[in-house]
Every structure is written in C-alpha cells, then in structure tokens.
Design a protein around this ligand. Sequence first.
Ligand code: ATP
Ligand code: MN
Length: 442
Amino acid sequence: MVSFGGWVRTVRQGKGVGFVEVNDGSCFSSLQVVVEPESPSFALLDGIATGASVWVTGTIVDSPGKGQKYEVRAESLEVVGPAPEDYPLQKKRHSFEYLREIAHLRPRTNTFGAVLRIRNILARTVHDFFQSRGFLYVQTPIITTSDCEGAGEMFGITVRSEPEPADQGAEREPGEFFGKPAGLTVSGQLEAEAVCSALGDVYTFGPTFRAENSNTSRHLSEFWMVEPEMAFADIHDDMDLAEDFLRHLIRQVLEEGADDMAFFDQWVDKGLVDRLRGVLDSSFQRISYTEAIERLQASGKSFEFPLTWGLDLQSEHERFLTEELLRGPVIVTDYPRVIKPFYMKQNEDGRTVRAMDVLVPGVGEIMGGSQREDNLERLERGIEHLGLDKASYWWYLDLRRYGSVPHAGFGLGFERAVQYITGMQNIRDVIPFPRTPRHAEF
Ligand code: ATP
Ligand code: MN
C-alpha cells in the first residue's frame, strides 16, 4: 500500500474505469492512478479536474497499458484542493512568453519541472565539485560600496524614510544609510580575493545584480554567480579549472538527470545530449583574442558590429566563433587591456591582460575570468588610469602590499550554465522568478 499527494495533470474515463495522471514533482513522469467502478472514489471522479491536488492511497501494480511500467490501483482518491475550470494550465502547449506571465504556476508544467530539477542538480554539483577539491565556500556581501567592474551598472541602495533627527548632519548624508553610496553587488570577487589571500582556494555562490538595460535572452538583472578564486595560481590553472568544472557539471547532469535531459533533447533542443557528450570527450579549444579577431575577419562573414582589434567581442562574434568556426566550447585569452577591468594582470606586451572568457554554442560567454594583478604599483596605475577612486580600494591594495601571491579566478553565470545544459533559449526560463528591466512581479 502506498500513499502520496500530487497534482492532477489529466483525468479520463475508458471502459468504465477512471484514469488520473498525478504528478508530485519528484520526477518527469506522472503516475497513472486507476480508479475501478467498484471503488467508493469512483463517484468523485467527476469533481476531479486538471490542476487539483489529490491524496492517493493504493497499490502499485504492473500496468497492462502502454506508456508506463507501473500504475497505482486506487483504494481511495481524495481531493485536497479542487481546481475550477479557469485553471490557467489546461492540457495544451503554452508559449514560454505566456508562462512567464504566470510564473507562480509554471513550475507545474513539464518544462519547468525539468528545468528546476536540473538546476537543483547543478547547484548541488557546484558545491560537490569545489568541496571535493578542497575549496572553501565563502559568503561575500550582497551590499557593497565598491563597484567591482567599474562599469557603473550597480543598483544603488537608499532608505525610504529620512534619518532620525539625532543622526542628521552628524555622520551621514540623508538617505545614505552606510555613510557613503552603497549598492547591490555585481560580483563577490574582490572580497573573495581577500579570503583567498589567507585561506587559499575559495569559491562563492550567490546572487548578483546588474542594472544593465540589456533586454537580451542572456541577461537578467538578478542572477546567480559561482566565483572560484585560486591562490598560487596563474591563467593556465584558471583555464584548466574552468574546463574541468564545466565538464563535471555536464557529466553529473547526464548521469543524474537522464529523464529530464531526454525531454530537453526531444522537445527543446534536438541533438542536445549527443552534443554535451561530445564536450566530455574533447578538450576546449584555446585561442587568443588577437587570433580570434583574425579568424573572424578571415571568415568573410558580415557582422552588425565592427570587428576591430581593441573593441570588445559582441555576442554575434562570440556565437559565430564557438558555433560555426570552432564548433565547440572555446577559451579566448589575452584581451586588450582597455576593454577589461582594472584588476586583471597585465601581459609583458603592455597592451593585453591575462583574461580568459569561456564561450559555448547556443549561449556565447558562459564564464569570464583572469589572473589578477598581484603587483601593487601596476594595480595602482591601472586604477588611476581608469579614473577610479584609489582611496576606496585601500583594502584591496593592501592584499598586494602584504604577502601578495599570484592568483586567478573566474565567474560562471549560473543561469547561463543552466541554459547551456538544458538547451533553453531564454534565460528568463531557467530561473524561477526572473528579474529584468520593468519585470519584477511575483
Ligand atoms: P556579457 O558580456 O555576456 O554581458 P560580462 O562580460 O558582463 O558578460 P562578467 O562580468 O565577466 O560578464 O560576469 C561573469 C559571468 O556572469 C559571465 O560570463 C556570464 O556568464 C554571467 N553574467 C554576466 N552578466 C549577466 C547577466 N546580466 N545575467 C546573467 N548572467 C550574467
Ligand atoms: Mn555584461
């Protein structure tokens, strides 16, 4: 005898027997519950509709029907919460756009159930991977007064009410709760570096916020980022780690999430599973930014954005490189200094830095990282060069003043990883409640 609760996907009657498909979210498949005419619950069937929650007690038996190995013969079937006819998820295919408008109900669909289960496997695997390699999980602040990227894409924090009279004029400006402008973090890297400079290899895994007004299928205003930082390490260690990490995530999902992945392979992105398997068996290609520009120029393909040494690669360039020219994940290194943040280590040539971006088909950039500048004078010059306020980086500079070490790290956009591995087209559909410009319902 088994008892379980779940939500009704469909109800039908055939040859006088009732069939109720119940899904409890634990896996992709629903369980077929058979209600015989003799059962006292049979009379209830008319009141059971798609979307209702039910509690089932019965026996698991071999299923004579097609499509499932087992079914449950119901002893009793109890409606816990009915669903009236206006239930928005009637059995038909809904567009992802429509489902975004009912983000509170979309976890009940096949696609979002699968996305959220894969996301869960990935989140746990992030911790497993780093923990098994001796990395320390560190929690960096969400509220910050330093803009890591220096790109001015931060959400500011203010208080709604004016300060108490006792505070006025004393230590802080009205509305500046922290005594100076503060915002939501765009990255935990700088603080992670501080802990790395004491405890060795560390990683963060938390929410980050970017007020960039880019309405693309790959940008969110709130997203999760995984940021490892390795001590006594250079750009090559960084690339090796990035590659091992991404492969490990793929391997684990293919092993643990096979049913959900088969769904994505069939309905969302044909050939997905084979493509991911291919990634497990080959190493990522590595080319310099300069080579990438040359290869792209030589391809003869015309792009919307200019392709000139010294300008950042646009998404269309990245996608063409990884999808058409190199056909697989690729690591692009040694970007021009002028397009990268101040903390990246300068190369001897004076024009490039030890940066590395990992690009994958279907998504483009999935990770961005670098070896960090560990030389105090060079770091100071970099900050000044960009017109940033050196004083506010006093503590970050201290890390180079006292016991500086070569170190390197990267940031993996967690939702981009979910996108890549599920084949889902839009980043808004791989996070339960997406935040994008003008959208923060739910
Ligand atoms: P992009 O050029 O795609 O905007 P970026 O260069 O701004 O990316 P980084 O600052 O290097 O990205 O951030 C590290 C990683 O975080 C990126 O490789 C990407 O996977 C992810 N990421 C960055 N911005 C966003 C965003 N707005 N939404 C979701 N993920 C993001
Ligand atoms: Mn960006």
